[in-house]
Design a protein around this ligand. Structure first.
Ligand SMILES: *Cc1c(COP(=O)(O)O)cnc(C)c1O
Length: 227
């Protein structure tokens, strides 16, 4: 595995997909998903210019984060238990996985106590798979409107995870509906920020990009298969 080659290949695929969609590749932020990847290996990616890192488990994040400087933007991308919010809230740049009202309230409360403002994406479960977290698309707008009243919590957009699929065309609708949902929410709540669309992983990021993703979360494409 050669991270430099992997990154170059990813960047080429990102710009090709962006061009196909008439988009500027510079508008797409790559989040390197570092779960299970050792610190030394992650540092190779940093040497190549990667600055946005994503982790999905609180324990692992807290273990790794002190090894990195303040120039790193950490993205929390996994299901977050309310009793762990306090541990990560001032160390992450964006929480992608705001998936329930109790978590929104907890983030708001702890943000207030900590004196910070926390950026988050509402996770939507478009496919309806029961194994996936996230609000159903019909709940998302009311949730977003209510979240606007929670101090210390700043909604910035939506995140989704598509079903595993051999053929990314089969799941294009997931990304298209997420983008459309963001547009509807922005339409009905003009004061909300709906700029970020976190969608696309190693198996489906090109389709996600064609459908408007501007944050892509890539692990395997950069670091190889996880054990
Ligand atoms: C692990 C993970 C990813 C990255 O998955 P790859 O298929 O390895 O690119 C992206 N998003 C979330 C939420 C993850 O847990």
């Amino acid at each position: 595995m050669n991270i430099e080659e992997n990154l170059a290949r990813v960047q080429k695929r990102v710009s090709d997909a962006a061009r196909r969609a008439g988009r500027n590749p510079a508008d797409v932020q790559l989040v390197a998903v570092t779960k299970t990847i050792p610190v030394e290996v992650i540092k190779e990616a940093l040497d190549l210019g990667v600055r946005h890192l994503g982790e999905n488990r609180v324990q692992e994040f807290l273990y790794k984060q002190p090894a990195f400087g303040a120039d790193i933007k950490w993205h929390f991308i996994g299901h977050l238990q309310s009793n762990k919010v306090r541990k990560i809230i001032d160390k992450v740049s964006l929480i992608h996985s705001l998936d329930r009202w109790s978590l929104a309230r907890t983030i708001s409360r702890v943000a207030g106590e900590t004196g910070i403002s926390v950026r988050a994406l509402i996770q939507v479960n478009v496919s309806g798979e029961t194994t996936k977290h996230g609000l159903s698309p019909v709940e998302a707008e009311d949730f977003a409107r209510a979240a606007m009243d929670l101090p210390g919590l700043q909604i910035c957009g939506l995140m989704t995870i598509a079903p595993l699929s051999k053929d990314p065309e089969e799941i294009r609708y997931v990304f298209r509906q997420t983008k459309e949902l963001a547009r509807q929410i922005k339409n009905s709540i003009p004061e909300i920020k709906m700029d970020l669309l976190s969608m696309g992983m190693t198996g489906d990021f090109e389709v996600a990009l064609e459908e408007g993703a501007n944050l892509i979360r890539l692990g395997t494409a950069l670091f190889g298969r996880r054990n």
